[in-house]
Design a protein around this ligand. Structure first.
Ligand code: ADP
Length: 208
């Protein structure tokens, strides 16, 4: 049971996955909101039933699973429909991430929430004990996106601009990893934070 939970966020291609992998290699459980988002709409789930009620049963494929392409189409250009979907899915995603963190056997757990700033920040996740932001200059995000996703420069720009700004994310941070250098530098920073979080988790356990 981990009762110290660190929220991990950062802009697209800032290096969140890389950071998560390195914490996992140190034995820390990472609960990923993107994975939770897929789990909560699994075939037969109450969330999927709610979605079918709100958007119509033709949002389901013949086998009863979610027709993601159709749902994407429905919410793409319609903010109201998108909000309706989020009102159904977000509480379930939050609950699932929290459940995975709480069940973790590691000294502390990490809740990786890529869009933490966009979905309401600390107020939406008031059970996070600390927030760690992975930060990189936009030019670095841009270059990594081109390399990782083999997309063109205009799309990379749009993806970065569609997100919260660097300043908005940093405003939430208790800790920041600036990931604009060699991956070895990242490792040094992560090991220092890991030690700190282990200490804080022990302090928390003593308080209980
Ligand atoms: P995110 O999960 O934030 O979208 P990733 O962890 O996938 O970002 O990182 C984006 C890309 O940049 C990946 O291909 C990753 O391997 C690479 N990357 C991450 N950190 C570094 C770094 N310090 N130096 C070079 N490449 C990096």
């Amino acid at each position: 049971m981990s009762n110290f939970i660190v929220g991990l966020t950062g802009g697209i291609a800032s290096g969140k996955s890389e950071v998560s992998r390195r914490f996992e290699a140190l034995g820390i459980v990472v609960a990923d909101a993107d994975i939770a988002a897929r789990e909560v709409v699994a075939q037969g789930s109450p969330v999927l039933a709610e979605i079918a009620k709100r958007f119509g049963s033709d949002i389901l494929l013949a086998d009863g699973s979610l027709d993601r392409a159709r749902l994407r189409q429905l919410i793409f250009a319609d903010a109201e429909e998108r909000r309706a979907l989020e009102a159904i899915t977000h509480p379930a995603i939050r609950a699932r991430v929290r459940e995975v963190c709480a069940a973790a056997e590691s000294p502390y757990a990490i809740a990786a929430i890529p869009l933490l700033t966009e979905v309401g920040g600390r107020a939406a996740y008031d059970w996070l004990d600390r927030i760690l932001v992975v930060d990189a200059p936009e030019a670095v995000q841009h270059a990594r996106l081109l390399r990782r996703d083999t997309i063109d420069a205009a799309l990379a720009d749009r993806m970065i601009q569609a997100q919260a700004s660097r300043a908005q994310r940093l405003a939430l941070a208790d800790d920041v990893i600036v990931n604009d250098g060699h991956p070895d530098q990242l490792q040094v920073h992560i090991e220092a934070l890991d030690l700190r979080y282990r200490e804080l988790a022990v302090g928390r356990a003593a308080d209980l």
